[in-house]
Design a protein around this ligand. Sequence first.
Ligand code: C2E
Ligand code: CA
Ligand code: CA
Length: 714
Amino acid sequence: MTASPHPAPGARAVLESSPDALLVVSEDGIIRLVNAATERMFGYARGELVGQDHRMLLAEGFRSGFHRLFFALRKDADAAPGLPPVEAYGVRRDGTEFQGEVACSLLVQDTGDAPMSMAVAVRDTSHRLAADAGLREALSLLSATLESTADGILVVGGDGRIASVNNQFISMWGVPRELLATQDDDAVMGFVLDQLVDPAQFVEKIAALYADPASESHDVLDFHDGRTFERYSRPQKVADRVVGRVWSFRDVTPARIAQDRITQAMADLAEQAAQLKALAFQDPLTGLSNRQLFNDHLEAALRGPCGTAVDVLLLDLDDFKEVNDILGHHAGDQLLIEVGRRLRECVRPNDVVARLGGDEFVVLLVGSLDPGMVAERIVASLKVPLWIDGTMLRPSLSLGLASINEDAVDASELLRRADIAMYAAKAAGKNRYLRFRPEMMKSLVERTELEAGLRLAVDAGQITVYYQPIVSARSGVVVKVEALARWERGGEIVPPAQFIPAAERSGLIVEIGTEVLLKGCTELRPWLAEDPSRALAVNVSGVQLQHGDFAELLLAVARSTGVDPRQLVVEVTESVFFHDDVHVIQQLTALRNTGVRVALDDFGTGFSSLGRLQGLPVDTLKIDQSFTAMIHTGDEKLPILSCMIAMAHGLGLSVTAEGVETAAQAEYLIKLDCDSLQGYLFSRPQAGPGLRSAIARSNDAFAALLGVRVPGPR
Ligand code: C2E
Ligand code: CA
Ligand code: CA
């Protein structure tokens, strides 16, 4: 009896509700049984299928495998009850085809000798087709992306061999395609390493990553040809399992060059800014701080903790103008630079040293224990002589020291006090330091009042003239008088030392000088007229000579007062000859052409030397009183003095000695062949009305001198 292919009722329910098409096909290929899913899948009614050849359900090309399958199943029947599913194409009743998966197994029979049948399960896999298409699309998208990215990509398999590269990788690294085709990975690696500045680092990184397959990395590679790549590496994973490694390389050379340029530009800018800042706060000549920076530091120091000592040392070079005038601006600059250097050496590195302008410097000491000692050190430091352009200079300075104290002063007041102390130091004889004392305010007020009062004094005719006789050593009589300005101020006589400097600063000296000249000529005309060998000497400041019309003015005054120009002497100091303008020389030369004589006043002070005298429009040398003062007993050897007089004579100049106060000095100078003598020994300067008797006293004094010299009976 043939086993019925019709299942029992319980099994039938399972069969009918199966989502897969289930069929039983007998060994002759005839369909014996189908379920509901078969009807749905193929579009036939059950009756149209049972008893028909199974091949009606298969698409062309898939209809011949049945016997082979049957044979294979029967052969392995014991070992495996089925075969793996196969792909096949089915054909529906309407002729359309679909892809499906067919699984077969032998139908287990109740009795061993029954004819063989095969159970067939068919599953429609059309849905997979859609999924495959999606996968293919995704793959093509991936490869298109890989090829269009600017990154070079290298994939290395789990076995360490190159699995794939994109075109960009090949062109970035310049790997020849033939080399890649050889699949000789070591050769490719060698080719890569040759291009790198640091191949060892490249290899190390790879080793480190293979030791830790799940890790990611990012680093930068530098090439011999100047290029820079960024290197990224991440593991290639399939379902959490690392199966290889993806390397991507990005050429960041342009970005790096741009970045380098930016960095350089920023550095340049920063340097420029620093230079500008330094310039804004630096004195260009000495490199010291400037006024602005000093003020900032001073303000900050005063805002600092209470009780901290703050000292301001204001200083000004003595007679700096002369250095500039006589030796030139270059020498002046050299001196200022040297002073700046010495100042720095006198203070701690953090103390602020600034140049305020001209020859004025300032030092700020914060927390100094002994500012007086620093001030002393500064004054002493300048005593060391220095050589500039072959001339030895011994600069000196006057320094004012002001400190913050209980009456808590602000920055500007502190500076003002230092300034007052500095002026006091100058007034006290220069080349020293003085600490500010409140009494100094008084002299400051006096000074300001003096300057204001001077103009009024000129207008009010308070400038008068005193005369001092000058005795000829040869004839023993007064042949010359020097006109010296005086200021009659409210019944007291102000000496010129107190107002001439102020008059020179304000320019009032021009009017004062003219006044002295006019009064001198007017008052002395009768005395001069008595003897043509008599002369009147007037002091002329450099400021006056810088006015172009001085020579004309002097001659006009001489004419209007009836004084012969040959009876006039102008006394100038050495410094007037070293002003930049040739104007001064021209004027003095013009005056000498009319018979006016020129005397060089205060000779031996300042910075000039006998060597410079040659060729100057000068007739007389007036030896400064400081040289006369060197004569005490008359027995000392003073080669400087004898040398000066001899040299002057050698140059054809006459010599007058100033400040002769004692007979010993007069005798000494006469012995040295000095031509004229001037000083208190003969007469102090006298007002016009007292001049005649002063001259008589001078003549007597000289005669008495001779009396001492000529031994005779007592
Ligand atoms: P100076 O031209 O060297 O004038 C000589 C100064 O020495 C005068 O001082 C005079 O009084 C003083 N003197 C004369 N003999 C002796 C002495 O034996 N011992 C001492 N210790 N001193 C003596 P004075 O009159 O005070 O003048 C001071 C300076 O003021 C002058 O020095 C001159 O440079 C300047 N000066 C005076 N009058 C004028 C003027 O009208 N114009 C200009 N530009 N400067 C003037
Ligand atoms: Ca003089
Ligand atoms: Ca003099």
